[in-house]
Every structure is written in C-alpha cells, then in structure tokens.
Design a protein around this ligand. Sequence first.
Ligand code: NAP
Length: 244
Amino acid sequence: MSERKVAIVTGASSGIGREMAIRFAESGYAVVVNYLNNKDQADEVVEACRSSGESLAIQADVSSFEASKALVDQTLDAFGRIDVLINNSGINRDALMLRMKEDDFDAVIDVNLKGTWNMSKHVTRTMFKQKSGRIINISSVVGQIGNPGQANYVASKAGIIGLTKSLAKEFGRKRITVNAIAPGFIETPMTDALEEDVKETYLAQIPIGRFGSPVDIASTALFLASDDAKYISGQVIGVNGGMI
Ligand code: NAP
C-alpha cells in the first residue's frame, strides 16, 4: 500500500491532464497517468511526476467498460488505494447538425460521458470501503451554455454535470465528494487545432482577456481534492475567465 494518497488522471498524456498529473505529483500524490495512444508522451509525464514521487503510466481506453476496470485493478495492484479519480479524457468531433454523422455522436458520448461513468463505476467499491474519495469530472463551459457545431460534445459535457450531481447525492453518506470543473477556453492541443478566426471569436467573449492555461484547471482540481474542500460536493466550478 502506498504511503501517499493515490490519484488516477485519465487522459494525462496531454494538455490539461498532463498538467494535473504533474501538479498532483508535486503535491505528494502517487499518480496514475492514463493514456490512449501517446505512450511516449505518457512516459514523459511519468518521468516528470517521478521527480516528486511515485507514478505509473497505464494504457486504457476509458470508453471500454473492461479496459476501465483493468485500469482501476492495475492501480490497486500497484498502490493499494484510490483517493482521487479525475475523469479528464475527452475528444471532440465537431460538425453542424446537418453534417454530423452518427459515428461522431457515438464516439464522443462513449469517451466523454460513458468513460466518466465507467471509471466512476469501477472506483465505487474501493472508495465505499475506504469511506473516502474525491471524484473530479472535467466538463466544459459549453456543457452549461451550448455551442453550435458541438451538439455531441455539449451533450456529453452536460451529461457529465448530471452524472456528477447524481453521484454526489449517492456517495455523500460515504464521505466521497463528486464535483465537476467546467473549463472555458484552455490552451492545449485540443484548442490549438481551431482556426485563428474561431479563436478570436472566443477571446472576445472572455472578460479576463486571455485564454486559460492548464495550470488554472490543475489548481482548481487540487483544491477540490484537498481537505479544505471536504464540504463541497455536487458542484460545477466554472474556470472560464468570466465567460458566463
Ligand atoms: P487533449 O490535449 O486533446 O488531451 C486529451 C487526452 O485524452 C489525451 O491524453 C488522450 O490520450 C486522452 N484520450 C482520448 N481518448 C481517450 C480514451 N478513449 N481513453 C483514454 N484516454 C483518452 O485535450 P485537453 O484540451 O487537455 O482536454 C482535456 C479535457 O478537458 C477533455 O475532457 C476536454 O473535453 C476538456 N476541456 C478542454 C477545454 C479546452 O479548452 N482545452 C475546455 C473545456 C473542457 P492520448 O493522447 O494518449 O491518445
């Protein structure tokens, strides 16, 4: 059993997940760095985490119920406990409704929403036994306000908010908190792919006048995982520069 608290960060090979993994390691957590395709990047994140403590890369497709179970089982084999689950893995397949394919809808719901459910399901027994735990789900500002061209992504992120609120009500008596973070526009590979004019349109909607950085999300996640946040559950914390 690890001496440290243990955090699983899904989709930690890139962007926001990478930053959260490194910040949690710096704060004393043993960190499981989940990834799908980018093993080299995941190994580099593990290397960075190990300079502060223990870390392990585990490949798993969170949209698969079985692969999610294997990710949780391997974490327990390695570290013996799970204190924090951060459901961060996410994809987008943007298209206006006329052009959106059924596969685009299914793929996004399967990774973002079903993946969050899969991972939460598989940590439930362990966290119930521990009578403690923190689940932090990464939603999005667009899950709160909608966005044209992202009906699939927005539905998945709004679904995550409903899942968060329901699990918070189920898990509270076991002293497990469940919260969502709804990031605004954060500079990562996901948003680098957008056209410049689209970025300008988003920037104009941000009162603080800049895009967010992965650190803005990581510091919020660290707070939600901390003892200071033990009475916060079922909430959606917007980290969006004042967008809404
Ligand atoms: P990113 O840089 O594209 O990283 C996505 C991560 O998800 C990667 O580590 C990727 O792994 C992993 N992943 C994708 N499919 C997966 C699957 N089936 N199973 C396991 N892991 C999978 O994205 P990001 O911008 O950091 O976004 C992180 C989260 O924040 C997402 O949920 C996103 O929707 C949310 N978010 C982002 C923004 C933003 O402005 N960036 C705003 C609001 C919400 P591999 O690379 O190894 O394949």
